[in-house]
Write a protein that binds this ligand. Structure first.
Ligand code: F6P
Length: 358
């Protein structure tokens, strides 16, 4: 008999349900008796003891469904030790719920902040197994996160659609891609969608180099240019600022996002018409793509195996292309960023695609 707590935390993504199904199906297959306690809306459910008991049937038919049947919310890691207005000590409350329900293990699905809290709970003595969720693909200790490939598909479709209208009008188009502080999603969707310029946070851009790339295309007779710009893209000048100065600058920016600022600069410097498209949260919505369904199923099974083997304190991961496990203590607190010297960047540059840096 195993008593398992489960929660999904942080921004949602495709394949959360598929991953939970992978865990639960594997546990039911291996054990005669399993009790699953599904906490509602992420860590909030664990803090305030809001849960429902789930059976195998609850996880049936959800392989292909986006979102999360448990609901989710953001519980900033920084505030985990800070009592809220209700005076609740969140860490103690989570431990209390865990022990009250006599759980054998807590299964946590989430991104970077979620992994940090999972590691904190591990340090506090709870048995924790985690799974890497995010469209950003920025979790350290795994080559791939579930949700990423589905988001690449959506962002790529957005760029594909822009291609036809950009070509008809002869305009410059910016497609702003999610990804928080990293450029994985923009890089992959940019390449897959045939963008001419790709701007990512890891490679600060020089607006004059961006303009040069656009003008080079115009001179060679190309009627349009498409830029895939990460929501976290940053200019060389801004990258030289301190964190505090940069935050202040962003707060006072007259444009809603970096893409609109770049658009205004391009329009002013080239005289060309520029339009901005922001697919936004559509990139996190809809159903998981087949790649993510497979990855989610495999990671879910790996997490179940850890529970069966009582190997706690790990995140199910992908290492060297194989399903593996990474210590939560190694995962927590480190971002996986795009290496500007990596071969994918070099190959992309060989095609003449500009990153706005040279
Ligand atoms: O981490 C996933 C993500 O979609 C990021 O790409 C994006 O920056 C952020 O979440 C948006 O968060 P929210 O849904 O809270 O606005």
């Amino acid at each position: 008999m195993k008593r398992i707590g489960m929660l999904t935390s942080g921004g949602d993504c495709q394949a959360l349900n598929a991953t939970m199904r992978g865990v639960v199906k594997s546990l039911y297959h291996a054990l005669d008796e399993v009790e699953i306690y599904g906490f509602e809306d992420g860590y909030k459910g664990l803090i305030y003891s809001k849960f429902r008991m789930l059976t195998e049937a609850d996880f049936s038919g959800i392989l292909t469904k986006g979102g999360t049947i448990l609901g989710t919310s953001r519980q900033p890691f920084k505030l985990m030790r800070v009592p809220g207005a209700d005076g609740v000590d969140k860490v103690e409350a989570m431990k209390h719920t865990y022990h009250k329900l006599k759980l054998d293990c807590l299964v946590v699905l989430g991104g970077n902040g979620t992994q940090k809290t999972a590691n904190l709970l591990r340090e506090e003595g709870l048995n924790v197994v985690s799974l890497p969720k995010t469209i950003d693909n920025d979790i350290y200790g795994t080559e791939m996160t579930f949700g990423f490939q589905s988001a690449v598909d959506i962002a790529t479709s957005a760029i594909d659609c822009i291609h036809t209208t950009a070509a008809s009008h002869g305009r410059v188009f910016i497609v702003e891609v999610m990804g928080h502080k990293v450029g994985w999603l923009t890089l992959h969707a940019g390449i897959a969608g045939g963008a001419d310029v790709i701007l990512i946070p890891e490679i600060p851009y020089d607006i004059n180099k961006v303009v040069k790339a656009i003008e080079k295309r115009s001179k060679s007779g190309k009627r349009f240019t498409i830029l895939a710009v990460a929501e976290g893209a940053i200019s060389k000048e801004d990258a030289a600022l301190s964190k505090k100065e940069y935050k202040e600058k962003v707060r006072n920016r007259m444009h809603p996002t970096v893409s609109y600022e770049i658009a205004a600069q391009i329009q002013e410097k080239t005289g060309q018409e520029v339009r901005v498209t922001v697919p936004g949260h559509t990139q996190r919505g809809g159903d998981p793509c087949p790649y993510d369904r497979v990855l989610a199923t495999r990671l879910g099974a790996a997490a179940a195996q850890m529970i069966l083997d009582k190997e706690y304190g790990y995140m199910a991961s992908v290492v060297n292309g194989e399903i593996s496990k990474t210590k939560l203590s190694d995962v927590a607190g480190t971002l996986k960023m795009v290496d500007p010297e990596s071969s994918i960047i070099k190959e992309t540059k060989l095609l003449g695609i500009s990153f706005g840096d040279e």
